[in-house]
Design a binder for this molecule. Sequence first.
Ligand code: ATP
Length: 414
Amino acid sequence: MQKDLSRLLRDPNLIPFAKQNLLSRIANQAAALNMPCYIVGGFVRDLLLGYPINDLDIVVEGDAIKLGKSLVEKYGGKLTPHHKFHTAVWRLPSSFILHPSSLDLITARSETYSRPAALPTVTPASIEDDLRRRDFTINAMAIRLDGDHFGELLDPLNGQADLEKKIIRVLHPRSFMDDPTRIFRAVRYEQRYSFHLELSTFDAQPATFSPLSGGRLRHELDLIFKEENSAAMLARLHQLGVFDAFDPCLPKFNADYANLLKSVPPAEFGVSEDQVTAGYLLWVLDSTAAVVESLARRLVFSSALTQACKSIIQLKKDLPALKTSKPSAWTFYLEKIPLQAIYVLWLVFRAPALREFLVHWRHVKQNTNGAILKARGIAPGPRYKNLLSQLRQARLDEVVKNEKEEEEFLNRLL
Ligand code: ATP
């Protein structure tokens, strides 16, 4: 199937006009410098699939830093060159009103790996070489943008045919060994587009994953939790034995929680939407504190994420004992726990007290403060904390319902 790419590149339903304008400005400038200029990777894949475009990955044969300098000269903005990688980041002039507000300009390059799972060494090269260093055939296509070449498809590895056959195929047998993160990428594309992974090369390389750093592994999992279909992706990674190959301590995701991954916190909860944290919380929910400890260490969790994961496990354990507690006991307990953990546990167990805490109880405060106690002639000291806490408790448990009752209650305490 031959698609008219110049027409697709001008389709505002796929590429908003502001992005089209940006592409033509870059293409014109590249043409003026005699640098063949391409849009590559996910952009081409999604354009051919008819999906709206997000990222613009621009590659030139020549010198991306030189192109960046001339764009800044002509249009403004700011350039941050990375000479070692022959790339530059162009912070776009604010008049362009584009999101994201910066753009990577890349010099076509080849990459070599000093050892498996290491970061590659980069050398400027032709666009064909650049496409050959990529992960899958469907991501190894380019569309040329400059001058009369506008809309020409470069597809040396038959990516378009694999798109039509719905196949995720690596470019060479060592691919997963060179960069084990690719297995996560493969599964993301496979489940996102309902494609299938061409497995022969993967099967031939058992247990080659261990050198992958925890940070890179976590980054891949973050990307998975941002996807619509993350539960299916995790299940597939398990099925392929990927988690066990990386680390047997990685827990299995409970399929019963799959639909919860897409939940958006109701506005009245006052909990920010954070699909990634919610994903990790659901992932660890059926594990033990010891598993969470080792997972957090292995995947280099932030201290906030570690804390949230530990808390949700403890809260799940304490839930039965808390069930008959008064609102004040719930509140004093839950106030020490990250809101995301409470929200995610509510998603699973729907305990009404968790909802009450998020929506009401945590906002209930006593009317009395330190100044009022001082005016009542009580000398400042540790007693203040104790009195104020008793007043808040009375408010939460509705022993007192208004200011007057609170004052009477305070009188009885003094
Ligand atoms: P997505 O829709 O998931 O963002 P994308 O293709 O835009 O897909 P990026 O992670 O932005 O994904 O990568 C851009 C391009 O860089 C890919 O299309 C691919 O050609 C190449 N690429 C990214 N990661 C790798 C990798 N680990 N190995 C080889 N090539 C890669």
